[in-house]
Ligand binder design. Structure first.
Ligand code: BGC
Length: 738
């Protein structure tokens, strides 16, 4: 539809019709299943409002969405189609690893491909918008939603934000892809204490420097929508924050797409204590330019009286309505309200061989080899007896909490993967131990007492499993333990203060370790766990996240050396939970700990823990060894750019891909600067014994930061460049910015 026609349409709508466009309701209002992601409340919304709402939350599937659309359009005076929005976070039917695993690939180009495939499946299933990517920077592993983020670094997160939006929205205006809604704007990942929905309070400098860039990257990549976050920033919940939404997002960044509140976040302005009732909450949110109210009666009931009483301007509401209509128009919904969704199309594009193949590739690249003592890995197929044990050994629960449209039955288990490499004589398997000692916490998520009692192993089974595992372990040469968090222990509202492996699994591991076999631990988790004890107990550690539909195959390829692991951490793994929040790019302190063996007090350190993480940002092993030499700068002085080069040599007989990382320290600034900041990275393929020179163009632009006066500038003076395989093991050279 042409712009003038769209404007005419807007003008022809009554106020209730206009306001309807700004209301989003969930499936239960449309006789569809309800996907519960927030507190369930009676909204007091009647059918008249439902018949006019603009969008539907979390209903997917071609059959269902088409049926709802048809029913709705029949009743609709102006035939404005519904928008279907859903949480499609890391795959629709083909599930990729959780985003923290995607971050560990350090391969945005690959992730762009994955999101393009996800969009194809989602579109077939009738989704028009996905609430992805989630690009919240996270530095506190206690936060359950670490799972959804690509990690702790603004440069890396921004690269992924751009890739994901680009992948999802490929060819969007010509009918391709689906619209991307970046979330949760802003700084949601900095919730105090890592506690879900908690306060965020930080300087504007840090906000701009570290937390905003990934959202900005998504906006620059053209994301059509932005979701507000639940948290406050500087005393104001974001959904009502003019500063964040209007001043920064709309005015500074020029974002003119749709802003949608997070689930019930408008009404929660009352609980936050910045509004006394729905009316005040509505006023705050609309004035901050929040366009769509997700799942509360606020806009539906309060916008019209506010307009009538002259408390908000008609233009303000019209602008919001127009943005929603424009999105519908840009997506071509007026021409085809289903956007090509059909069951035939679903069959064509769901979980194809190519998609499985891609999922396996992504999964392989996401796995991080954390430890390989005695070169325990890779194992050789059919040469030794391997015992696979643990609650994740033969478990299809490898897709994690936010894969709501994925199907467990599609998942390749680790055991299935191992069977490609080991015949029945060489593969021993038993579950060995339960996932959790106590499942009662699942009651919080709706499980009934009876259901909870059915979960897990009975005491007799536990005993039997343990004795079976110990017997088999004695027969085996190597024991592979597949352990990890329960799916419900991470994700939204999955904050934890103890982020070790569940106790029952730790005890089990201890018993296996006492047998002195070669041991490999595969960790399934939605966050960096504290693995400090495990490091001592096992030879190999493979961090597998929730690896997705093809997880079992990807892991088997790595364990048996078909694939050389190349994943690198995008989030530091703490040594102790007491260190959190933790991140490599910390500010310099006046009393830094310069030697880990420092004795005495009065430097910035803990009395009972090392300062360093257990595993640093950027860290990850492979089966090859790569040497870094000859770090060279094209000049010791920088005007606009500097060429940085380093030689990397694969000194092993195995092809590998090395992630070469470049960090910078601004030695003296008008404000305190971080000890190191990632500026660039490259993935470099290296054949056996191959040497390559890797070049980076470091620019003045990359040295900019928010100065004392809050200008975004690079300040002349001394800098240090660090290059290496991770943030810790680097070589360095100095230069001066003129
Ligand atoms: C979550 C969002 C999600 C929304 C809709 C909220 O609880 O914070 O990430 O997109 O629900 O399901």
């Amino acid at each position: 539809m042409e712009e003038t026609k769209l404007k005419e349409l807007l003008d022809s709508l009554s106020w209730p019709e206009k306001i309807g466009q700004l209301v989003q309701l969930s499936g239960d209002f449309f006789h569809a299943d309800q996907l519960a992601v927030g507190p369930q409340k009676k909204l007091g919304i009647d059918q008249k409002i439902v018949d006019q709402v603009g969008s539907v939350l979390n209903v997917t599937g071609a059959e269902k969405t088409r049926e709802i659309q048809d029913r709705y359009l029949k009743k609709s005076r102006h035939k404005i189609p519904l928008l279907f929005m859903a949480d499609i976070i890391y795959g629709y039917r083909t599930i990729f690893p959780i985003p923290l695993g995607l971050g560990a690939t350090w391969n945005p180009a690959l992730i762009e491909e994955a999101y393009e495939q996800t969009a194809e499946e989602s579109k077939a299933a009738g989704a028009h918008v996905t609430f992805a990517p989630m690009v919240d920077l996270v530095r506190d592993a206690r936060w359950g939603r670490s799972l959804e983020s690509t990690g702790e670094d603004p440069v890396l997160n921004s690269a992924f934000a751009k890739a994901m939006v680009t992948g999802l929205q490929k060819d969007l205006l010509n009918g391709g892809g689906i619209a991307s809604c970046v979330k949760h704007f802003a700084a949601y990942g900095a919730a105090e204490g890592g506690r879900e929905y908690n306060t965020v309070d930080m300087s504007e400098r840090r906000l701009r420097q570290d937390y905003l860039p990934s959202y900005k990257a998504a906006v620059d990549a053209g994301c059509q929508l932005v979701m507000t976050s639940f948290n406050t920033y500087d005393g104001m919940p974001v959904t009502g924050s003019k500063f964040l939404l209007e001043d920064i997002l709309r005015k500074e960044w020029g974002f003119d797409g749709v802003i949608i509140s997070d689930y019930a976040a408008i009404q929660e302005l009352i609980a936050h204590g910045v509004a006394t009732d729905d009316r005040e909450a509505t006023k705050l949110a609309i004035e901050a330019t929040t366009d769509i109210d997700m799942k509360t009666p606020c806009y539906a009931k309060e916008l019209e009286p506010l307009i009538e009483d002259g408390e908000i301007s008609t233009e303000l509401v019209d602008r919001s309505v127009y943005r929603v209509l424009k999105l519908k128009n840009d997506l071509g919904l007026f021409e085809d309200p289903y956007r090509g969704a059909s069951q035939e199309q679903e069959e064509c594009v769901f979980l194809t061989e190519e998609k499985r193949h891609l999922a396996k590739k992504v999964s392989s690249e996401s796995v991080v080899l954390l430890q390989n003592k005695r070169d325990v890995l890779p194992l050789t197929p059919n040469q030794e007896k391997v015992l696979l044990v643990g609650p994740y050994g033969d478990n299809q629960e490898l897709i994690g909490l936010w894969a709501v449209h994925g199907k467990r039955e599609d998942v390749v288990t680790i055991k299935k993967g191992f069977e490609h490499y080991l015949d029945s004589e060489h593969l021993l398997y038993t579950q060995g131990c339960d996932m959790l000692e106590d499942y009662t916490f699942l009651g919080e998520f709706g499980a009934t007492k009876d259901q909870i009692e059915q979960l897990g192993l009975t005491d007799a089974m536990k005993e039997q499993e343990l004795s079976q595992a110990l017997t088999l372990a004695k027969q085996a040469d190597t024991v592979v333990l597949a352990l990890g968090e329960h799916t419900m222990q991470s994700g939204e509202a999955g904050s934890r203060t103890d982020i070790t492996l569940p106790k029952i699994q730790q005890d089990f591991l201890q018993k296996i370790a006492e047998l002195n076999k070669k041991t490999v631990l595969i960790v399934i988790s939605g966050r960096p766990l504290v693995l400090t004890k495990e490091v001592e107990l096992v030879d190999g550690i493979v961090q597998a996240w929730f690896p997705g539909t093809e997880g079992g195959n990807a892991l088997a390829d790595i364990i048996f050396g078909q694939t050389n692991p190349t994943g690198r951490l995008s989030m530091s793994f703490p040594y102790s939970v007491g260190q959190l929040p933790m991140y490599y790019s910390e500010f310099k302190t006046g009393r830094p700990l310069t030697s880990p063996t420092h004795k005495g007090r009065f430097v910035s350190k803990y009395l009972d823990s090392q300062n360093d993480p257990l595993f640093s940002f950027g860290y990850g092993l492979s089966y090859s060894k790569v040497m870094y030499t000859d770090l060279t700068l094209s000049s010791e002085q920088m005007h606009e750019t500097l060429k940085v080069s380093v030689k990397v040599k694969n000194i092993s007989k195995r092809t590998t891909t090395e992630t070469v990382q470049l960090y910078v320290q601004d030695v003296t600034g008008s404000v305190v600067r971080p000890v190191k900041e990632l500026k660039a990275f490259q993935k470099v393929a290296l054949d056996a014994d191959e040497e390559k020179t890797v070049y980076f163009d470091l620019t003045k632009e990359e040295l900019k930061f928010y100065t004392k006066n809050m200008t975004f500038d690079a300040e002349p003076g001394a800098f240090i460049v660090f290059v290496g395989p991770n943030v810790k093991d680097t070589q360095e050279k100095s230069f001066t910015l003129l």
